[in-house]
Ligand binder design. Sequence first.
Ligand code: G6P
Length: 607
Amino acid sequence: MCGIVAYSGRQQARGILLDGLRRLEYRGYDSSGIAILNSTPYLARAVGKVAELERRVAQDEPQGLVGIAHTRWATHGKPTELNAHPHTDCQRQIFLVHNGIIENYQALKNRLLAAGHQFRSETDTEVLVHLIENAYNGHLESAVQKALLEVQGTFGIAVVHAAHPAEVIVARRGSPIVLGISADASLAASDVSALAQHTTQVVYLEDNEIARLGPGEYSIKTLDNRAVSRSATALERVAGDLERGDFPHYMLKEIFEQPEAVENALRGRVNHSEGVAKLGGLESVLDRLSQARHLIIVSCGTSYYAGLFARYAFETLTDMTVETELASEFRYRKLNIRQNTVVLAISQSGETADTLAALREAKRKGALVLGLVNVVGSTIARETLAGVYSHAGMEVGVASTKSFTSQLTILLLMALLVGRSRDLSYEEGERILRGLEEVPGQIREILKLSDAVRELAARFCQASHFLYIGRKYQYPIALEGALKLKEVSYIHAEGYAAGEMKHGPIALIDPSFPTVALAPADGSFDKVVSNIQEILARSGPVIAITTVGNTRLASLVNHVIEVPHNVEILMPLLTVVPLQLFAYHCAVLRGCDVDKPRNLAKSVTVE
Ligand code: G6P
């Protein structure tokens, strides 16, 4: 989604800002822009890729040590040059970039128009820069503060003014801003990946805070003017994660990083002597957690499917009643939150606006709110009472892969932790832990099938539609497999519970409509085979994912992918991998932009 980068330092700003934008490209965007302060401030904006903006900037060679830049993901107004950020005031003195949505923009715009302000775009953002212009009387930070007090909605902003050539003002409410500080420069961005090349010292801004940046210095206060003292914390690892190495795409690199991601998720968290998981981040709430009877999981996208899997895992391993709810729907349901209700937010980015809104709602209602988050220091991580980091490393590909397997691993550890404080036996706990430790090696085996999966993709990638089916633990994997295919290859795909197929989707089956059937040798295998038979009887092609050595399917369907055998509840960690590879290869063969699929964003910071 939209990305912000800002710089105030002693080097030319343009290279640093453009480099930041390139590092934010993965979030998804449709236009970009840059403003650099000088005696005549420089502004350039372009529709399409950052490369287009770079081309223009290279021609103009703007000079200046302070500037702001933005990638825009259109919400209000089409992706045009005029709607791209930075926006500027009537006098072209103030420049502003914004992530989020200004909900009362129409009322503010009417008022500003009546006062004679001239608007150039269709965006909600432009009202901000005119509000600041209105409030300005020689002091930029106070003007921004005053303007923001009138605003309803969400914002992460960066603002510069031609009369303040060393200064950048940033502020946030509901949309992340992180500061990066080095000896001679200060940066700000919506995402640490834009800063990691330049500094290892970061400061996270909280909601309703405003910061003033100068070369190598910063100060923070609240929007209602209380001083905030916050020192920088060290940033680790991100820079290395940003390199693609020999892989043609981040998505493939991240699929191949899954053995390490699962290892990292397990590292230091396995207690064999007691057959239980050790999750330091949950220790402070362990008592409440072991009393809890009701778990509600809230999340979006791939994290939602991890949550659907967790429902099965918690129901199997604990005596909790579990509901998994789409975060965007959570607030419309009247869920009974009691004293012993736990709400678990799952999010890779830790910034998804719907998930954040759901957890705030749950907090208001008195639930114990926990998080399972990948990005350290993200808003969801900070707003939950306790939680677990997945430590999957930075995920750049928009379509989530290693985060998903990492989430499944930790959700199993969480269920085990709760289960062992109740009825779950040591033997059962230990069997799962041993099985989990097998998973990284088994994923490595599956990754060797990548070429074979590419051949399969070559046979099928021209299909217009796909059905994915699975039962029980494999049902969320069918949904995730279908999501991966549509996200990156734009092939229409539906995930269905295998048993539900005969209540509708079977009407679609014909020789041009392939089905991917998740059929490991488990307790549901015979029933899934019956569903496969029903498809074959209607001449539908079937690709089956099953367990090594399971010969029954080979005589039935033409295309079988075999994964190693593990404990039934752990099989989703294995069966999802060929589905990720299949989606990836289909997308490449169809010439799609795998890492940055059209219209999608990595971090969805609007509701
Ligand atoms: C976006 C991404 C998905 C992701 C979803 C939830 O739609 O494109 O890959 O699964 O957001 O994101 P989260 O960061 O909360 O897991």
